[in-house]
Design a protein. Structure first.
Length: 85
């Protein structure tokens, strides 16, 4: 099963995912990236960051070869349904 890495890019810089997670497909990884983005935004708001700052980041997903597959902007994820659309 392929391993995907969810790196976070936000106003604080770049946080690299060194462990990764296994998913059946890129589509499954995208669904999880959308969910994770929503969680990160929620955590930022709880910590008192402004909505503008909380929505400014993104999750960049790469494969085992460090090839970037896609990115999910936090500002887009909060409007996406659970299918990752």
């Amino acid at each position: 099963m392929p391993r995907y890495f969810f790196h976070i890019s936000d106003e604080r810089g770049w946080t690299k995912d060194h462990e990764g997670s296994q998913f059946d497909s890129v589509k499954a990884a995208r669904v999880e990236a959308v969910k994770a983005s929503k969680t990160v935004v929620g955590q930022q708001l709880i910590k008192g960051r402004s909505l503008e700052v909380a929505l400014a980041g993104k999750i960049v997903v790469s494969d085992e070869h460090e090839q970037v597959l896609f990115a999910v902007k936090f500002s887009e994820a909060v409007h996406a349904d659970e299918s990752g659309a």
